[in-house]
Design a protein around this ligand. Sequence first.
Ligand code: SF4
Length: 329
Amino acid sequence: MTQDVITAHEYAERIAWPLERKIKESWERIAAWVSYWGKEASLSFSGGWDSTVLLHLARTCPHIDGHALPVYFADTGTEYPDIRKFVKSTPGVTWVRPKMKFHEVIGKYGYPVVSKRVAQYVGEVQRANTAQIVRLRTTGWRENGTHSPMSTIPQKWQFLIGAPFKVSDKCCDKIKKAAMKGTGHALVGVRAAEAKNREKVYLQYGCNAFDIDRPRSWPMAFWTDEDVREYTAVHNLEYCPIYDLGYHRTGCFPCAFGVHLEPWPNRFQLMQKTHPRLWNLCMDRYGFQMVFEFMNEWLPAKQQISFHWSDYTAREARKHQQAELPMAV
Ligand code: SF4
């Protein structure tokens, strides 16, 4: 059994399927995964909303004994307390932990900033002991004379090479993946519509990719936000109340990947308001204040990373004032 390449047209069709059809299709993918891996099949439960729906789908799947499927939660030490509390209240979940803690990972390897690709390349140059890797990552030129723009750190982010802190893409490997090591082949509640790179991976491999280096299953890949909400309402499912505080994502609270792209209030702004102790932990103990201040010195004003809730409220107040001003005649 191999992966299932999907065209953009097929993807659009799947996204448009009615919820009833999506449920049936997800059940089929779950059953195929469990039948392929047998006792090695498992489910990765994050406590997030999509994951909550996936757990319910698996446990109600008519083709397998969903309650016999092992369910694991990676207790990385970087989840919101609301998520931990919600997972604790969910029966049948085994907690697994990584060896390293977040502050050890950023100290030893570096901070997860911008994106995995940029962080990987910047980290390689920071640690480089050959001119070759520096040339490749800063100009895109390989030793054999070919040019690869995708192998380069975008010009905008090259200042990170000289940052007074390390940058790295290793965090997920050392924390999330390390925690899940030995937990079998997990079903994961990822949706392609969440991010462009997820959509790209989905089009390349489909829901179940059995024959790749790291086999993976996304049985809800073709679900939308609305489907998740509708399913929750129809089945009267409990979900983590953190979503009612304005959060759209509930991954690791100190993660800075992609924060520069988020609409305001971004995750750090919101955290300062709803979880000020965690925000202080990020800024002081983990050192994100220093990281963001350094990055802001190099970024154009409009792209600077705000991590203060007050910046968001001040901007909203300005918008409100402008809306109330009389029209110029
Ligand atoms: S999501 Fe971010 S903080 Fe969490 S393990 Fe991955 S890189 Fe680290």
